[in-house]
Design a protein around this ligand. Structure first.
Ligand code: ZN
Length: 262
């Protein structure tokens, strides 16, 4: 069972019960407290967990009836992208890169190399600021600006975005509808930016219980915080690819999945 379901069950059932038993409140007050707890909890879970979504414009996973898996790399392009591209080329595996506008401006030729190698591109906002508490104008601007940068530098109309950290915002869907963009989530995270992550951790987190249509979240580059997990990810990736190919999975991109679903 996914961790977020366990956390949600604990929150929605245990918190009200605890409160009621601890404080012996009047039934009317109890109904009110439970209503507040559920509303706040619902909103937090919805914003924080990328896997919880009800919009038809959100891609939570790929089709379950195909042996497809999708590798996604967020936060690039970076100085380390060429190393990643070499590896993907060597193993003949296509992937999807969610790019940051400001990084495309910093490394335009590296971003072009990603497109040249046939990988899919998505919008990951301009500067990776969490959208949760930002106003409508900010969210609109960070998405539009990055769409334009992708168009101008790579000649592509990105069809999808991934919110930084997967955190949503109340204005997000209105803006995505207006721009005809889809929001992309993930089903498997390797937590490859963790401080002491090993390549064995990363491999296990991805390969264990992998299913048709899984969308795998990884990160491109050492980033602003000098992501200590990047080299572990680079070491783990060939083994992951070989293992998944042995299990008969086919690697596809966001473009394939959008085409299949819509
Ligand atoms: Zn990111």
């Amino acid at each position: 069972m996914p961790k977020y379901i366990i956390v949600a069950l604990l929150y929605f059932f245990v918190t009200p019960l605890l409160l009621l038993f601890l404080f012996h409140t009047h039934w009317l007050m109890s109904v009110f407290i439970i209503f507040i707890i559920y509303s706040i909890g619902g909103l937090i879970f919805y914003i924080v967990y990328p896997q919880i979504d009800f919009s038809k414009n959100t891609i939570l996973r790929g089709p379950k009836n195909k042996n497809w898996v999708m590798l996604t790399f967020d936060d690039g392009p970076s100085q380390d992208t060429p190393q990643l591209l070499d590896l993907l080329r060597k193993h003949k595996v296509p992937a999807t890169f969610f790019l940051l506008g400001e990084k495309i401006l910093r490394y335009p030729s590296i971003a072009q190399a990603i497109v040249h190698d046939g990988h899919s591109i998505g919008n990951h906002t301009f500067s990776h600021e969490k959208l949760t508490f930002k106003n409508k104008r900010f969210v609109h601007e960070t998405i539009s600006q990055t769409q334009k940068i992708i168009q101008n530098n790579l000649g592509i109309d990105a069809q999808c975005i991934r919110a930084p950290h997967g955190f949503k915002n109340v204005w997000l869907y209105e803006i995505l509808n207006e721009k005809k963009l889809k929001l992309v989530s993930w089903t498997k995270s390797a937590f490859d930016t963790e401080k002491n992550v090993t390549s064995e951790n990363i491999k296990k987190r991805i390969v264990k219980n992998i299913k048709n249509g899984d969308i795998i979240l990884l990160h491109d580059g050492r980033g602003m915080n000098n992501n200590p997990g990047f080299m572990s990810m680079i070491h783990a990736l060939p083994e992951i690819i070989i293992q998944l190919k042995k299990m008969n999975f086919e690697f596809v991109t966001l473009t394939d999945i959008v085409h299949e679903i819509y």
